[in-house]
Design a protein around this ligand. Structure first.
Ligand code: SF4
Ligand code: SF4
Length: 613
């Protein structure tokens, strides 16, 4: 044991309470020690409570070798719960800034992805008060089973929604209390705001988090729902024996345990219980992320569990299924319910990392395509330092854009926007003049520069055909750049302010129909082009919709303007060319569009008023 120079301060009150309780009530009977390799290695709970010192890096790291499986609490004759003491020890380590273990990086990245904008998806239909929360592990390892389960739940509850997100149990178990409360709290508040009352989970870890930290919700498992449904039973050629592994987080969840056994029996399976089951079940080796810090302890849990039966193992946690399948044939209950023949022949479609990440994106896309939702969201909230680095990135970009705008306006560069000078400047580049022209046009919307003189210069230099091609391409790219700048800088902030369901619904509508707004404002340019680009970036309109609509609906105006402008020099010389006449006619038509639109709107209004009266 090496005592390090970590400043000694008072312990956090919850840890002190746990240490006092174990120290005074543990009789050192050894019952828990006999069950647990971790306690066997380091001593009984009382010994560990009495010896604990937050000044020692050894003690600060010790609790990360406990699986947080709760078996000690299940066997203790005095109803003590050493697991809580070890969790509080982990929190103490985090609180002292001593828990930055590189071994946990992988798990935390996994969790961060689960809560990220790319992986998360909330899809809530109208009148939805119940959601299916499949969790990260099931969605990644069993995308088809996840979607099929959702389909079955929809048959029973037509207005059920689905939430693809992470419950942040990894952070909870790693003692990152503040992060966990911030992340889970934000999710809980959002769901409450949307009127959600019931959560159906598939993962026992999610179940534990929701029941403990969101008691206002009614949390049930999909297994209880499926057990109540009349799913087609399967005729087994002969009675197949299976051994059920209860995940350690579900040791006290009798309803979940019964439902899984019920489902197994309905499939014609014969259940053989192992020595450790239900309340006294063993950890599969995944618990508490022990594998990262003490792989030998994690391995001993897995081997102990696997050695308790020679039958096929059936479990209801995707992580347990993955862990135990290295030692003996193991199925998830959803494999067995949805595709029993495949499950019994080890042919279930189950993926491993890195495919699991891709599967989660696939499930998200499938839900986006098929599920009719009134409210959707991708999660943008983050409570960790990553958000600070994001904030610094935003500040840097904002500073860069502002500095560029100020520089252009204060250094005399604006003088080059005088049409003739600009034309000379671009023409001076010879063969690469089109590229220079397009580069200037692309940057103009971001720097809020007027497009008119640039467009005229391009029209005169390149003529009506190439002028249109260069201009529409660069104007679309420029509009896209300005859109991306504002979306990156301020969309998250705007989204965090849209708290009321009414605003949120409006925002969702913009996402679906925003392209029409883009089309209208591009075709009838009543609003300044440069400001519109930035404004659209703040809405939820899809970037692809925005770009395509901008290109298509800016095209008529660009053709009219470039055709007209390309003949300006001839006009100054007193020549009226066919190009000028065509351009002039097109310009007249484009200028008449707002008038035509206004007339159309007022006639529509009149018809409405007449119908009402
Ligand atoms: S929670 Fe599990 S691993 Fe931790 S001390 Fe108790 S029995 Fe051992
Ligand atoms: S079972 Fe309870 S009393 Fe016995 S050693 Fe463990 S914590 Fe102490």
């Amino acid at each position: 044991m090496s005592a390090d120079a970590i400043p000694s301060t008072r312990l956090r009150a919850p840890l002190q309470k746990q240490l006092n309780s174990i120290s005074s009530d543990c009789t050192q009977c050894g019952l828990c020690v006999r069950e647990c390799a971790f306690l066997e290695k380091y001593g009984d709970p009382k010994k560990m409570a009495d010896n604990y010192s937050a000044d020692s890096s050894f003690h600060l790291g010790l609790a990360f070798e406990c699986s947080l499986c709760g078996l000690c609490a299940a066997v203790c004759p005095h109803q003590l719960n050493p697991e809580t003491m070890f969790l509080e020890m982990r929190r103490e380590t985090v609180d002292r800034g001593a828990a930055d273990y590189p071994e946990h990086k992988g798990l935390l990245n996994y969790e961060r992805r689960g809560t990220s904008k790319s992986y998360s998806w909330y899809s809530l239909p109208a009148d939805c008060d119940t959601i299916f929360f499949p969790g990260c592990a099931l969605t990644g390892s069993r995308p088809q089973q996840t979607l099929k389960t959702f389909e079955l739940l929809q048959q029973r509850l037509p207005t059920i929604g689905i939430v693809l997100d992470c419950c942040t149990k990894p952070s909870h178990d790693l003692g990152r209390e503040d992060y966990f409360y911030a992340m889970f709290g934000e999710m809980k508040a959002y769901l409450q705001q949307q009127g959600i009352k019931t959560v159906l989970v598939a993962c026992p870890n999610c179940y534990q988090v929701f029941t403990e930290y969101a008691p206002d919700f009614r949390t049930l498992t999909v297994y209880e729902q499926l057990a109540e449904m009349n799913l087609p039973a399967v005729e087994m050629a002969e009675s197949t024996k299976i051994n059920i592994h209860d995940p350690c987080v579900a040791r006290f969840s009798v309803g979940m345990q019964d439902a899984v056994r019920d489902l197994a029996r309905k499939q014609g399976l014969t259940i053989e219980e192992s020595k450790h089951h239900r309340q006294t079940t063993l950890c599969c080796g995944e618990g508490g992320a022990v594998g990262a810090m003490a792989p030998e302890l994690a391995k001993s849990w897995t081997e102990k569990r696997a050695s308790e039966s020679t039958d096929r193992t059936l479990t209801y946690c995707a992580a347990c299924s993955h862990k135990l399948s290295d030692h003996r044939p193991t199925s998830h209950i959803l494999d067995m319910v949805l595709e029993p023949a495949a499950a019994l022949n080890d042919k279930s479609k189950v993926s491993k990392a890195p495919m699991t990440y891709w599967n989660r994106i696939k499930v998200k896309r499938q839900i986006q395509k098929q599920h009719h939702a009134a409210v959707t969201r991708e999660r943008t909230f983050t409570a960790d330092n990553a958000s600070n680095s994001g904030a610094w990135g935003k500040v840097a970009l904002l500073a860069l854009v502002v500095a560029a705008i100020v520089a252009v306006r204060t250094t005399g560069a604006m003088e080059y926007l005088e049409q003739e000078r600009l034309r000379e400047l671009i023409a001076g580049y010879g063969l690469i003049a089109p590229l220079v022209y397009m580069a200037i046009f692309c940057l103009a919307p971001v720097l809020l520069l007027p497009g008119l003189p640039i467009g005229i210069a391009g029209a005169i230099l390149f003529g009506p055909i190439w002028g249109v091609i260069y201009t529409i391409t660069s104007a679309t790219v420029g509009a896209g750049l300005a859109f991306l700048v504002s979306r990156y800088l301020a969309r998250d902030w705007i989204e965090s302010k849209l708290n009321s369901p009414r605003w949120r619904q409006l925002d969702e509508k913009v996402e679906l129909h925003g392209w029409k707004m883009v089309a209208f404002t591009r075709l009838i340019p009543l609003f300044p082009f440069n400001l519109l680009n930035y404004a659209f970036g703040l809405t939820k309109v899809k970037f692809s919709h925005y770009l395509v609509a901008s290109f298509i609906f800016m095209l008529p105006g660009t053709i009219a303007f470039i055709t007209f402008s390309s003949s300006l020099l001839e006009l100054i010389r007193g020549e009226i060319s066919p190009t000028f006449l065509t351009g002039f006619a097109l310009m007249l038509l484009m200028s008449a569009l707002p008038l035509i639109h206004r007339r159309y709107q007022s006639s529509k209004q009149k018809i409405r008023t007449t119908t009402r009266t």
